[in-house]
Design a protein. Structure first.
Length: 59
């Protein structure tokens, strides 16, 4: 039981570490894309798509 449990822990640890790394990378990329889209929509750079703002704040 002990050796089997240790083997299971080692296997789970390896796969979980890889999966968590991939998951973190995907979350980071999605967060960066969403942040860039929100930044462009807020008119920080005067994005290519003019957003409809009531007071003409977007350039």
């Amino acid at each position: 039981m002990n050796a089997k449990w240790r083997h299971f822990l080692k296997l789970f640890d390896g796969t979980f570490f890889k999966m968590s790394l991939q998951f973190l990378a995907i979350v980071f990329v999605v967060f960066v894309i969403l942040f860039a889209l929100g930044y462009l929509e807020a008119g920080g750079r005067g994005g290519p798509v003019p957003t409809a703002s009531p007071d003409g704040f977007s350039k």
